[in-house]
Write a protein that binds this ligand. Sequence first.
Ligand code: AMP
Length: 185
Amino acid sequence: MAAEKGTIQERLDKAIRKVPDFPKPGILFYDLTGILMNPSVYQECLQALKEQVVQLNGNALAAIEARGFLFASPLASQLGLPLILVRKKGKLPGKTISQTFDLEYGTDTIEVHREDVRPEFRVVLVDDLIATGGTLKAAISLLEGAGSKVVGVVSVVGLPFLKFREKLGNLPVLTLIEYHTEKTS
Ligand code: AMP
């Protein structure tokens, strides 16, 4: 790849659209579709995530529906690693195990295929964005409760002011770009 000017964070930041008050008032939404629309930024992003996965020395990936899949599946293919899909309740056809967790209002349930969670797996979880870390924490409980070990998390964006690191304890959490404010301007 030709040497690029600037940093990966600058290129990601340019590609990520910030949408105030979406999907509801008070939320600043980080829209990653601009990364997918820019092949060189998407490739650079995947390369950087790949290096993080290698650093964590996992032997399997897991990703959370739906946007996590966009980053995890090319990585799994390139690294030659199995990919466990963590899906919303009712989507997987085989025997599943599930975990219910609290949202700001109400609860949600995620599931994996029982047979996909194996004791020899050292799983790296891949996501698009970590906000509160609530969904990841539920995914970690699900995978570890079923016998795999989770060795870390990689994500394109992190919002540390929502305190995901406190929620995820000592687990290594690697992100490519972090935003430190809730508001634009
Ligand atoms: P959380 O469980 O709070 O870490 O968030 C779960 C998922 O919601 C993330 O993986 C994102 O896909 C999405 N999400 C939460 N907050 C935002 C945000 N401000 N902008 C874009 N996506 C978000």
